[in-house]
Ligand binder design. Sequence first.
Ligand SMILES: Nc1ncnc2c1ncn2[C@@H]1O[C@H](COP(=O)(O)OP(=O)(O)OP(=O)(O)O)[C@@H](O)[C@H]1O
Length: 278
Amino acid sequence: MTQIIFDDVWKEYGEHIVLERINLTLDDHEFLAVIGPSGAGKTTFLRMLLSQEAPTRGRILIDGEPIAPEPTADRGVVFQRYSVFPHRTVLGNVMMGPQWAASPLLGRLFGARRRAVEERAMALLTRVGLAEHAEKYPAQLSGGMQQRLALAQALIMKPKVLLLDEPFGALDPGTRKQMHELVSELWEENAMTIVMVTHDLPEAFLLGTRVIAVERPRKDPQAPERFGATIVSDYETKCRIVRDSRRFEADRAKARLTLVPDAFLPADGTSAAALVKD
Ligand SMILES: Nc1ncnc2c1ncn2[C@@H]1O[C@H](COP(=O)(O)OP(=O)(O)OP(=O)(O)O)[C@@H](O)[C@H]1O
């Protein structure tokens, strides 16, 4: 169970107000997509959730407690690129987090403990389709494979919150589609909340259970840094409608029912549709 609250959060760099009045309550197992124009502060929002930045004002609470001041293992992150360590093998990359967590001085485990971590890492690599590439180095992988590795690397720490910063931005459309499916499945399978920044509107509505748009509602042409961006739209209901209609479509396809427009015409002449068996 993970609930995240932004309570009147502001982020300023000197005179520059980047974000202001951010108020948001995220329920358990939410998939939040954050959209907005370039420079609106989306990455800053994510960095505050990672504790790489602290709010200038306001509070962020995770499960009722103030967010830890330092990054912790229960918050994982995947960036658009370079999340993985180039000099470690694929397997080594996935094993690294648990090894450092269990052995903070050496970053290495031995014997049965090492084998247990290796087994978990291999299971995850199988899950993301990289088992046969375990001994390769990241440079030998395609962009999509590197992102699958980055996901496995984050997931092995069993994060309560997974932060995704434009994770599919550098991928071609086919690979992107595969990654959408994988991330959706991983989100369903794991008890975690996802917060994803994206520039891609269809992607936001495809994956998100909630989509928020962040933008500057007030602009001062003389002093553009005087006002920060805030949440200007919250598409929670729209997401539910999109999700329900997708579920309806899936159920309809499963039951082999076809939607036929104008299958019968009501007496008042209005158009209608009916579901008929294939
Ligand atoms: N450490 C920092 N010091 C000063 N200003 C910063 C710092 N980090 C971010 N900013 C400023 O905050 C603003 C928002 O940056 P941010 O990267 O969060 O935007 P974004 O919405 O993620 O942009 P994009 O979509 O282009 O990635 C920018 O004007 C940026 O210059």
